[in-house]
Design a protein around this ligand. Structure first.
Ligand code: PGA
Length: 253
């Protein structure tokens, strides 16, 4: 049985004061049925970790660099993130792939670095609208899966979280229908079974992301292969994020 994970990706938003206050408000969320994660900007990670200390809320970052230390101006290592209390690291988010030009090869190096550091990578995959309309969704997902997750053992893939985020649904208000999302989640589970084995594929958590809101969470979570959500906009307010957490715990598929 896969335990739901609801992850908030704050992206490049909020002030220090707003971050600490949002994190503190989230400490009242009920985590009995759901793992909860928040991913603030790097500069607020320390303050947010302290604000949620002693609660069951996990803290993660939105990226990391694959080298352990050295002359890499502007980058942050996995060890540094671990040092300030991160447990999860989002990798290969579509904004990093499409706005910042990250390749599957680079993402793959980061995935290995995160797993070597004993943290949990959340690896994002997803097609653009153009790719979906051209009937290429499955090809894109397969190639991102094989590129970003290359070389992982069965034990490592079991520790990895995959997030399916159709690019056309991110920040647009257009959610994939539960059926559209489930179709790709089932494809991902089939790819996992083919590359590893059925038992391993059943253990990997696959999150959906893209305009998740309190009122569409329950029907998404009711799908058999959707194990949680990666939430952008609706994670910036405590009420909506808590409503999403509550809806996910009740209806996990
Ligand atoms: P959104 O973002 O919920 O604002 O669509 C999701 C994401 O990019 O992770």
């Amino acid at each position: 049985m896969r335990r739901p994970l609801i992850a908030g990706n704050w992206k490049m938003n909020l002030t220090r004061e707003e971050s600490v206050s949002l994190a503190s408000e989230l400490c009242r969320a009920d985590s009995s049925n759901t793992d909860i994660l928040i991913c603030p900007p790097y500069v607020y990670l320390d303050a947010v970790s302290q604000a949620v200390a002693g609660s069951s809320i996990n803290v993660g970052s939105q990226d990391a660099y694959f080298e352990a230390s050295g002359a890499f101006t502007g980058e942050i290592s996995v060890g540094m993130l671990k040092d300030i209390g991160c447990q999860f690291i989002i990798l290969g988010h579509s904004e990093r792939r499409h706005v910042l030009g990250e390749s599957d090869l680079l993402i793959n190096k980061k995935v290995h670095a995160v797993l070597s550091g004993d943290l949990t990578p959340i690896v994002c995959v997803g097609e653009t609208l153009e790719e979906r309309e051209a009937g290429k969704t499955l090809d894109v997902i397969k190639s991102q899966f094989d590129g970003s997750l290359a070389g992982l053992t069965a034990d490592q893939i079991k520790k990895t979280v995959i997030a399916y985020e159709p690019v056309w649904a991110i920040g647009t208000g257009k959610t994939a229908t539960p059926e559209q999302a489930q179709e790709v989640h089932a494809d991902l589970r089939r790819i996992l079974a083919e590359r590893y084995n059925p038992e391993t594929s059943e253990e990997v958590r696959i999150l959906y992301g893209g305009s998740v809101k309190p009122d569409n969470t329950a029907e998404l979570m009711a799908q058999a292969d959707i194990d949680g959500a990666l939430v952008g906009g609706a994670s910036l307010q405590s009420d909506s994020f808590i409503d999403i957490i509550n809806a996910s715990g009740v209806s996990a598929g």
